[in-house]
Structures are given as C-alpha cells and as structure tokens.
Design a binder for this molecule. Sequence first.
Ligand code: FMN
Length: 207
Amino acid sequence: MKFSKKQSDILNEIIISRRDIRGNNFTNKKIKRKKLNQILQAGLNAPSVGFSQPWKFIVIEDEAIKNRVYDNFKEEYKSSKKHFKNIPIYETLKLEGIKEAPVNIAVYYKKSKKKILGQTSQKLMGRYSVVCAIQNMWLMARSLNIGIGWVSILKPKKINKILAISKEYELVGYLCVGYPKEFFDTPELETLQWDKKQKFDSVVFWV
Ligand SMILES: Cc1cc2nc3c(=O)[nH]c(=O)nc-3n(C[C@H](O)[C@H](O)[C@H](O)COP(=O)(O)O)c2cc1C
C-alpha cells in the first residue's frame, strides 16, 4: 500500500499536535470501548525487538484503584520537590491526571524466558519496544481526539502492589486517558517557560 502526500501530511499533523494531557485539562466524557480498543490495538502493532511483543496493558477504571495510585503519586511528588528547590515554578505544575482521566492504563514489560533475537547485546531493547507501543497509542489516541498523559512520578513497586501484579512485570508507563478540554498548540512546559523546544540543527548531525 502506498500513501498519498495528503495522508502523510495528516500523520505529520497528528504527530505535531499530540500533547501530554494532565488533570487540569481532562473532561469526564466517557471513552467508548471501541475507541479504547483501537488505542490498545495500536500498541499491539508497535515494532518490538525480535518480535518479542513483551507488553501487557492493564486498563484501570476503578476509582478506588486510581485513588491508591494517586496517593502514591502524592508521596513521590513530595519527595521529588527537593530536587527542584531553587525552581519555585515546580510546585505550581500539574504533573498528572490520574483521578480526572476516566481511564488509566498501566503498560508493563514482561521479560521472556526465551532468548530474544536482537536483545543479546542490549538488555533494554524489550523495554524500548514497550515505549514504541506507548507512542503508537499516544498517536492513535490523538487521531481520535483523545488525550494521554504519561505519569512517571510513581514507585513501580507500589503500583505493582496496588494492581496485584507480580514482580516479573516491570512498569514502563502509567497513562491517563481521556478527552481533553483542548489540545494546546505548544507543550505546556514550553508555555510555562520550563524549557524550550530544541532546534532541528542542534540535535541532528550528519557525518
Ligand atoms: C517517558 C515520559 C515520562 C513523562 N512523565 C511525565 C510526568 O510524570 N508528568 C507529566 O506531567 N508529564 C510527563 N511526561 C510528559 C512530558 O512532560 C511532555 O511530553 C513534554 O513536556 C512535551 O510536551 P508534549 O508531550 O505535550 O509535547 C512524560 C513524558 C515521557 C515521554
């Protein structure tokens, strides 16, 4: 199958207009199961080292579980503050949407008992494959006008305990999923002057 210029422009637009969505921007509009499945299916279509497909997805809708995850976020957030003591804006940032998003998805890496083709020199390749799945989900969600926010201020061990998941499963991404009030044109952290977008020539090198 060959794609047209119009289609590739659309993909580019989806990539450019994908945003990390946080609790100050989620609505409580329910996501239809069909759309949620489409997002999850996009994850399953990601590339993976040696076609190992080392991902598992836990879809969380239960408010009590979300509350427990949020409690862990609060704990971790509190201890993160010491790293940004000299940057007062840190305390004003909203860095998650665990309770506001109607759905949370914990995305896990499960190590295989078999030797994985391509993973013999670099042990992290399986985890990177799971990240590819997450990015596919993020983009598919955006194409459906659904937002995703990645929350990393969490202790994986505690999240496994809350979800009653054994330690062979390694948390890669904890995602908050829901319809946002709006998709901003610019990353929030750029708008808030936390950091600037890097210029093409400052990160791309030709040799
Ligand atoms: C691996 C990863 C972890 C992230 N963790 C958090 C997080 O804990 N809290 C948060 O608010 N945003 C988190 N983000 C979102 C980034 O802040 C966001 O992607 C970045 O500011 C650029 O904004 P944009 O995604 O809207 O383009 C994470 C993103 C990635 C890729």
